[in-house]
Each structure stands twice: as C-alpha cells, then as structure tokens.
Design a protein around this ligand. Sequence first.
Ligand SMILES: *Cc1c(COP(=O)(O)O)cnc(C)c1O
Length: 427
Amino acid sequence: MTSTRFTADANCAARLDADDPVAPFRDEFCFPAGPDGEPEIYLVGNSLGLATTRTRTYVDAELDAWATKGVRGHFQGDHPWTLYHELLTGPMAELVGGRPEEVVVMNSLTVNLHLLLVSFYRPSAHRHKILIEEHAFPSDHFVVESQLRHHGFDPADSMVVVGPRPGAELIEHDDLLAAIDEHGEELAVVLLPGVQYYTGQVFDMSDLVRATHACGARVGFDLAHAVGNIPLELHDWNVDFAAWCTYKYLNSGPGSTGAAFVHENHLGDRELPRFEGWWGTNKERRFEMATTFDPIPTVEAWQLSNAPILSMAPVRASLDLFRAAGGIGVLRNKSEAQLAWFDFLLDNRFAGRVESITPRAMHQRGCQFALRVTTPGIEGRDVFESLEAAGVACDWRYPDVIRVAPVPLYNSFTDIWRFTEILDELV
Ligand SMILES: *Cc1c(COP(=O)(O)O)cnc(C)c1O
C-alpha cells in the first residue's frame, strides 16, 4: 500500500475500513467505555489485549464441566482436562512457526524463561556470559542476573549488555553482531526480545541465530511483544528456545498462561538438564505414580504441573479467533496498511510536534508506535493524561514515550484517525 491512496480525513479512514476483510472481527471484542460512555479508542493491546466475546463461553464450558463432573472432568467430557493443553498446541505452533512437538502452553513468561535457562545456560569457567540488550524489560534483566548469580558468576563480569549508540534510540543490528563476535568463545547464551517493548523495534532473529550459533552459543527470544503481532518462523530460523505470554496481542486475559518453544534439535537430548515435574513424564503411565521420570519426547517434558484449565480456556478462545481471521499473515497485511496510514497522518499533520522513535522500515517494526511529543513547552506526560481523559487507552513509559498500538484484529482505520484528531488538539 502506498501513501498516495491516503487523504488526511475521516472519509479516507471510512473507505479503508470498508475495504478491510478483517473488520468484522472487531465485533468479537469487548471495548471498555470511555468517559462519554462510548467505546474507548483502545490502543493498548501491547499491554493487555481486549476480552473477546467468546472468552466467557469457553470459560463457562469448563466451569460447567467442573460443576457437573467434578474430578471426572479430568478424563471425561468434550475436552478432558488432562489433555486440554494439547488443544492449544497446534494453533499456537502455527502462530510462531514451530512444529507441534516444539511448542507448549504452560506457566507464565518469566517462569518459562527461568526453566529454559536451566536447560540452555550451562556455563563453564570459560564460557559463562549471557548477552542481553541494555534496556531489556526488567523481568528479563532480573532473570539473567539471578541465573548468573545462581551459577556463581558475577553479572558485572558475565552479563554482556548491548545498547543503542550514544544519542540513539534503536540498537544497530551490526552492534549486536559485533558483540556476539567479540565475546565469542565466552558467550553461553544470547537472550533478546523479538520486538523491543519500548521502541517497538523488531530484531533480525534469523541472522542473530546464525551469528550466535557460529560462535558456539545458544540463542533464545522473549516473544512477549512479537507473538500475535509479527509472523515468526522459530523452527526454520533454528531458534534454540523461546518464551512468551498470551495476555498482550493474544488477548487471553490478565496473567494468563504463557508458552514455550524448544527446537526439535534439542528434544531428544538426554544430556540437557531440566527441572522436572509429574506433567513432563510419560502420559500413559503418569497415574501409575511411578518415580522414574520418563520424559515426554516433546517440549511437554518441560511441563511441571497439571494445567490451569480456567486460564487456558481464554487462550483457546483467542487462538480459535486468530485462525478464524485467517492467521497471522492476513493480520500482518492489515497491520502494514494501518502502519502506512498512521505514518501518513504523522507526516502530514504532526511534523515538528510528534515523532515516532519506532523504526520506519516495515520489517523492523510490529504494530506499535513509540511516540514522543516534541512541541516546545508541551509535556508528553500531560498529553498522555489528556489522551486518557479523552477516551484513548494508551500507555506511558518513562522517560518520555507514549506507546500506541493499533491491533489489526480489533482496531479500525477510523480508530487511528480519531486518535490523531484528539492528539492534534493536545499538541
Ligand atoms: C510483558 C513482558 C513480561 C512480563 O512477564 P510475566 O512473567 O508475564 O509477568 C516480561 N518480559 C517482557 C519483554 C514483556 O514484554
């Protein structure tokens, strides 16, 4: 889509919506009401995706199964609970470009990062470093620091941190490659986001895998802001491991169950250490209560506990919706059109007043914009608060960024237009 299709007015937005094959899916979502009682302009799906209208049906089905079957629900009914997580595997694997054996829905994101580092961070006196980005999400930073200390290493020596160049916002891919190369034989693990949570920058995961493997280290990705946002090919890229949450672009509700990926190459590896629990052992023999661990030959071997069904039901509702909408490829097409529309409006209406620090190249961003107010004398924080008061849901990230994320599943081109109309008044 080129910007020559666009004119900066509401009619253009309405025309784009009328041509949008994904538009009907907006009705599948519940929008909170703004101050005037009308649905909010919800642009914060990067933090918590909206509830779907079908979520309640899926949760109710499991509450009913519990009420009518009690403990028998584990083995009886339409979706016996002992197998419930298996319903999520196929559609989740599709979203991340993994094979079904490589993907499991379990635990939550930070927990999964720890469990995966137990397996993939096996430092020696010589090879002990973990590379992360300077502005990593704090949880990821804490995971790495505590893993290093747990193994007796000092983060000051063993944590390699790569940031933007002085005065810059984004990390240069070449700087990551140079750091991987420089620490080469001392590097054990590279742990990076697929999409940076603050700037919205997408990293070149495939090339980072190539470079990391070339120096003999393992590479994992935190896909919190990538899954459901951009197409991923974890298997083909040879990613060693990955973890993500499901409450951002996957709309599965606050604190909902996360997921993990381990590449097929590692699945049969009996040398790989792992923290284990009864849900990772042979399903046929689990209830014999034997104490010999017989690992499931898939990533399910990493499961510890029986599955939280009431939190998985919304994940199932969400994954069904992604499939119904045509999958991530269709959604990404719409997202790129929305990005182009938003770019056009920023360029034409906000020059000198608002800038986006998110990369401009399509392949370097997902659906999020990190906006910064540059109008002299106007504080970004005040603009953010006024946006909220005017019925726009977005978020503020210190020191000076307003994050807005038009989500193709439920945001319209008109949402973007109305957002810019409100912003125009404020800056
Ligand atoms: C959202 C997010 C988290 C949150 O972790 P939880 O374990 O789900 O609380 C962690 N890391 C990144 C990069 C995130 O974007």
